[in-house]
Ligand binder design. Structure first.
Ligand SMILES: NC(=O)CC[C@H](N)C(=O)O
Length: 205
């Protein structure tokens, strides 16, 4: 019998449906998660883009915050895109006053980092996903955060050139640390499943 991965998509707010579709296209079972019980029996979870302040508030109202943090700490693979990246970060810059994250990723993210002029933009960037290195990834950024600092156990998978980037190497927009993966951009709106496929490999490994 073929057993396919069961991957939750945190379905409090944001682009849930697009992630479910990407998972289905890859042969995985996508499960919308709104209640703590729905965290059981998952092989991984995606935290979608949307609005991190809203996802933060709703996760507390729905009683998901603490069980989800516990699941992440116990090693459940998780992938956060955009607002999802913010939710996985240990530290936020330019957050609203009482904004909290789930944390786990030893990174500092800056919300809305690309500024007004570049509210939304697209760029073809190299991504180090361990396969098909030569083909750039078409990355769609929508009021995206960037990663301003990474801890020593975080691997940088991708960067995008930006005028205000102080590292000179490009702003960090894709990272991995053990069971946690995060991107500033939205692969679920691009016609490229390589990031979801990479995450599925993390979930089966
Ligand atoms: N597309 C997105 O997920 C935007 C993220 C949003 N700017 C936030 O702070 O949560």
């Amino acid at each position: 019998m073929l057993i396919t991965a069961r991957i939750g998509v945190l379905a409090l707010q944001g682009d849930v449906r697009e992630h479910l579709q990407a998972l289905t296209s890859l042969g995985a079972t996508g499960v919308p998660v709104r209640r703590p019980e729905e965290l059981d029996q998952l092989d991984g979870i995606i935290i979608p883009g949307g609005e991190s302040t809203t996802i933060d508030k709703l996760s507390r109202i729905f009683g998901l915050r603490e069980p989800l943090i516990a699941a992440l700490r116990s090693g459940l693979p998780a992938y956060g895109s955009c607002a999802g990246m913010i939710m996985l970060a240990d530290r936020i810059l330019d957050g609203v006053d009482d904004q909290q994250t789930f944390g786990g990723l030893d990174i500092t993210v800056r919300r809305n980092a690309f500024g007004r002029q570049l509210d939304s933009f697209e760029a073809d960037i190299p991504l180090d996903l361990g396969d098909d290195h030569d083909r750039p990834f078409h990355a769609v950024f929508i009021r995206a955060p960037w990663v301003e600092k990474v801890g020593s156990t975080v691997t940088v998978l991708g960067r995008v050139p930006h005028q205000h980037d102080t590292t000179g190497e490009g702003a960090i927009v894709a990272v991995r640390q053990d069971n946690l993966l995060a991107t500033s951009f939205h692969p679920e709106v691009a016609d490229d499943l390589r990031l979801h496929a990479y995450f599925l490999r993390m979930c089966s490994g």
